[in-house]
Write a protein that binds this ligand. Sequence first.
Ligand code: ADQ
Length: 463
Amino acid sequence: MSRLVIVSNRVPTPVEGGVRAGGLTVALADALGPGTLWFGWSGRRTARAGTASAVAQVEAQGITYATIDLSETEYRLFYAGYSNGVLWPLLHFRLGLVRYRAEEYQAWQAVNHRFADALAPLLRPDDLIWVHDYHLVPLGEALRARGVTARIGFFLHTPFVPPEVLRALPRAEQLLASLCAYDVVGFHTAGFRAGFLRGVTEILGLVPEADGRILFGGRRVAAIVDPIGIDAGGFAATAEQAWGGTEVRRLRSSLAGRTLAIGVDRLDYSKGLVQRLDAFGRLLARHPEHRRRVSFLQVAARSREDVSDYRDLRNELDRIVGETIGQYSEFDWVPLRYMTRPLRRRTLAGFYRVAHMAVVTPLRDGMNLVAKEYVAAQDPADPGVLILSCFAGAAEDLTDALIVNPFDADEIAEAMHSALSMRLEERQARHQRLAARVWHNDAQRFSRVFLDHLRGSVAAEGK
Ligand code: ADQ
């Protein structure tokens, strides 16, 4: 059997331990068997640039984790600069936040080549190489340039934009050409895949074949739809176990019989946090019956703080949180609880189960795993209600959520009101249908579908 090689920007080294927001390890858990190699950045930053040969290898439970360090300059230009200051806003339709600098683009290319230099000697011809996310788009091409003949796939965890938006990116054609160097390119939704195929047609001038494959540079690339999922059964069990734990007990006793609403995100402008907190204020203003009866817990784990837009967002949220608390609090009730530290997975699972509603309102999101985790964590006999943005990839599947436009704070406020007033039978019926989708499109299916395509054992999808 072929060996699986996972490549991602950050590698979850087993010695790292502690808390870290990020669902890739969970999503791939089933595919990671003994013999797997996981390659990427260690998370360490050094004063000087490393050499290609400086690969650290750690083995745990049969999996080899191989990492390289990045220099401070590489980190600033490749990671904070081009990846998170250009590609991330672009792929989330935020052209106004894109700050393109040629030197960052060059560093992005150079780091991908350094990844390729370090990885290529570790590879075997029959490996299956699975590259993850926008930081590493050029890696496939860089490996091919080093004579790697193994099959290489790429999965994009963010949305993909239509050509009208993509054209704003200098060298957009190069980005598309780099994606075409893979054997398989995976997207969460049919819409993202369609955007990619349109880009290939309109910007590269290529015509996809009848089965949706694209012939480029003498190779065929298959663009597939493969929505990421969670280990639904495992997460449900964790939530149930956490119910009796200290944190859940403390949370419940602090609520003193009040209803909990929850939001869980990385602190990121794509997550629609400003509009969501605005909506909660509007709910309290318009439906005063909810005052003193509901507490909103927003967990917004700090992220990418070396990108200035993230610092600005944090300041804005501090202001809105302060305003909402100041305006509506009473001496024995605070409407909003806000924390910027991440929660442990087990605690999070228990808190989801306590919450009567989850508000998941990203302005754009590749998938959004929080929505799926919330559904999995519910007690089917007394489930909470999911409010979900129509612009999350998850909305394609989770149509029994209360679907809202995340830019419309009034619409979100009304959905909150409906959720807080919803009868048990309707909650149960919606949850049952949502749970069926979350269990169906789970983590196991995600990796199986991708790897089947990568092995070439599945026919491509039509246009
Ligand atoms: P993210 O933008 O990080 O991921 P999301 O899918 O919601 O978004 O979250 C990933 C994981 O982080 C989840 O397991 C969640 O529980 C955890 N997490 C988020 N906030 C947390 C917090 N405050 N405390 C503790 N844990 C937290 C990117 C894309 C998404 C896509 C995923 C996977 O942006 O669209 O769903 O990759 O492909």
